[in-house]
Design a protein around this ligand. Structure first.
Ligand code: ATP
Length: 630
């Protein structure tokens, strides 16, 4: 095992050029979360510290001590409610700039499914490395990274079939591709065996040696692993209890009369001390290290933040950014769009069982509904049924496209959050690719259903009417899908699955309300609400397109047919004032507004502006006030 680690150490990460130095300091960082009627919970308590470039720093602490919270705040992933100061190379952190130079590998392995490791790496390389790097170089970088993380044997395995450890290593590999100057990793060794842990930490150390700032949280590392870290930051109940070189923790504690037993793993020992197994030492340790303002070095405590102390390097973030952008060429939005679109289509195609299910569902419903309305389209005695058939079509194209989005998009947002936060692509490219990616399946399956029910129900075989019928149904389908996106951009799976169908109820009610006599007596407010239902425009458009200017025969078996003149029928239904082009324009406007709103909400979910943050805060406040204090 040792040989292996040494081999990796020697096996330098050649493709990764040196990075300019970035030091991270934080002072009096406090983080609180609201806790129902009990008030709030203090998670980080005015902690301070400094993480240097060129060093691999481990954040250590018992479960629930605040390691992930500290990482989230430093990485800028969740920083809105934190107070305190964060300095980057001695200057106040500009989050936007900082995010361009840092990458965050989160605890959960959220990896795009239905791609092989090779494909996932190539897509990431195409998105992150840009066009300046040739395909050959990209392949070499990918091979090096996969070798380093021992993923080569599994390179053709689909990501959803990988073991937990392989997923973890892949999520590290994906972020290493473009060699960021600052890397945060939340528990990168969890789920890895001893060898993989050592290899992973050795790799991180190598990256740090190249001038990067590598910070990771770890759970009780082995003694060997513990000694690999250049610096250790111990956190307990939201306070810093130690900062310095890992093995130095033993003399540090013995100075406080807490003696580590011989042959004992210092990492295990400090965890036990923090957990109170050696008496209540926390306050003593916190005050010795001044809650992170001091560092234990050369057997003595030194202050990190003396007023005139040098910050370690004088490069500001803009300088670092310039150094990086001189070497790298970013992809254009169009390039990102193409890569993402292909990825979405590949994943869609590989999800064969779901695709097949959709096809079967459309055919089955087409057969069922087509048979229910068989022959009604040219039967003068069935005009009312025909009218119901159009309504049926509208309801079909409301629910069928919306439900899959409500189910799948909340999970998709997790991938989006990780990739977007780590600057793989911009939201515009993603959103455009998402919009385009679903169109072919939607159009093909929608057309399959329409063709079946259209033929079964004997609708007029006139090109204009056929084209308009298809167009209106598909437009309705895309608007409904956009509503699904709008809801799931904001709500989680459970809430979205409830709100989606419920939200459609008023649209259905106002679509079907007020036909026939008495339309004129409907109050103006209700009429306005009726005009707010996109389904009404779809329905009206379908009726006008399919019935206007037609007369039907009354079958010989019937003595009397009330609605053979369909223009009269339209008048009786009070739809004679409807204008087809107005309905179509209204539908297009609905589509634009709903799509734009879902884009806006998605953007706010990823990067909330001040108004949105205030709204979120008010929402949370109301929720906590209403919830039972536990
Ligand atoms: N939004 C929140 N609401 C309520 N409590 C929270 C919230 N976020 C974090 N906490 C609490 O803050 C504490 C610290 O959480 P954090 O995830 O940072 O711990 P950790 O040290 O990373 O734990 P682990 O090692 O188990 O992952 C935990 O007790 C957790 O329950």
């Amino acid at each position: 095992m040792v040989d292996n680690v040494e081999e990796i150490r020697k096996n330098n990460v050649l493709h990764l050029p040196q990075r300019p130095a970035v030091d991270i300091e934080f002072l009096d960082l406090t983080f609180t979360v609201p806790q129902g009627r009990k008030g709030s919970k203090l998670i980080l308590r005015s902690i301070s510290g400094k993480f240097r470039s060129g060093q691999l720093t481990a954040i250590l602490g018992p479960s629930g001590s605040g390691k992930s919270t500290l990482l989230n705040i430093l990485a800028g992933y969740k920083s809105t409610e934190a107070t305190g100061t964060i300095l980057i190379n001695g200057e106040h952190r500009n989050l936007k700039e900082f995010r361009n130079i840092s990458r965050y590998i989160m605890q959960e392995d959220v990896i795009q499914p239905l791609l092989s490791i090779d494909e996932a790496m190539m897509i990431a390389a195409n998105l992150k490395l840009g066009k300046n790097v040739t395909v050959c170089d990209k392949l070499e970088i990918i091979s090096d990274t996969l070798d380093l993380l021992r993923l080569t044997p599994a390179r053709n395995t689909l990501t959803n079939k990988l073991s937990g450890g392989e997923k973890k290593r892949l999520s590290i590999a994906l972020e290493l591709l473009n060699n960021p100057p600052v890397i945060f990793l939340d528990e990168p060794t969890t789920g890895l065996d001893d060898l993989s842990c050592s290899q992973c930490v050795s790799l991180l150390k190598q990256l740090a040696k190249g001038g990067r700032t590598v910070i990771c949280s770890v759970h009780t590392p082995s003694a060997k692993l513990f000694s690999l870290f250049d610096a250790v930051y111990v956190i307990s109940s939201g306070q810093c209890t130690y900062q310095g070189y890992g093995p130095d923790i033993v003399p540090y504690l013995s100075n406080m009369d807490i003696t580590c037993p011989t042959h004992y793993n210092p990492a295990d020992f400090v965890m036990e001390v923090c957990a109170g197994e050696y008496g209540d030492c926390q306050d003593k340790m916190v005050s010795a290290i001044d809650n992170g303002r001091n560092i234990y070095r050369n057997n003595q405590l030194t202050s990190l933040f003396e007023s005139n102390s040098p910050t370690g390097n004088d490069q500001n973030v803009i300088h670092v950014m310039e150094c990086i952008s001189n070497k790298e060429h970013k992809n254009t939005s169009w390039d990102q769009f193409k890569i993402l679109l292909i990825r979405m289509w590949v994943q869609m195609w590989r999800n064969k069982s779901y695709l097949l299910l959709k096809v079967v569902l459309h055919i089955a419903l087409g057969l069922l509904i087509g048979n229910m309305y068989i022959g009604i389209g040219e039967d003068g005695s069935k005009t009312i049924f025909n009218f119901g058939f159009y309504f049926n079509c509208i309801i079909y194209f409301m629910y069928i496209p919306m439900m899959p989005v409500l189910l799948s998009f909340p999970l998709e947002i997790q991938y989006l959050k990780r990739e977007h936060f780590n600057k793989w692509y911009n939201l515009n490219s993603y959103f455009c690719a998402l919009t385009v990616s679903t169109l072919p399946v939607q159009i093909v399956l929608g057309s399959l259903y329409i063709t079946m029910v259209y033929i079964f129900s004997y609708q007029p075989l006139e090109f204009g009417r056929i084209a308009a019928f298809f167009g209106i149904c598909i437009l309705t389908s895309i608007i409904s899908e956009s509503f699904g996106l709008l809801i799931s951009s904001t709500l989680n799976l459970i809430n979205g699955m409830f709100v989606g169908p419920v939200m459609m109820v008023p649209f259905i009610i106002f679509c079907a309300y007020g036909f026939g006599e008495g339309y004129a007596s409907i109050p103006i407010l209700i009429k306005i609400l009726m005009r707010c239902s996109y389904l009404r425009y779809s329905f009206e458009a379908l009726v006008l397109v399919m019935l206007r200017g037609r007369k039907l025969e009354c079958p010989e078996t019937e003595e009397f047919c009330m609605f053979t003149n369909l223009d009269e029928f339209i008048e009786i239904m009070a739809m004679n004032n409807g204008i087809l082009w107005v309905d179509i324009v209204a539908l297009v406007l609905f589509l634009i507004v709903v799509r734009s709103a879902s884009y806006y909400l998605l953007r706010q979910r990823l990067m909330p502006n001040k108004t949105f943050m205030a709204l979120q805060y008010i929402g949370r406040f109301i929720k906590t006030q209403m919830s039972e204090g536990r």
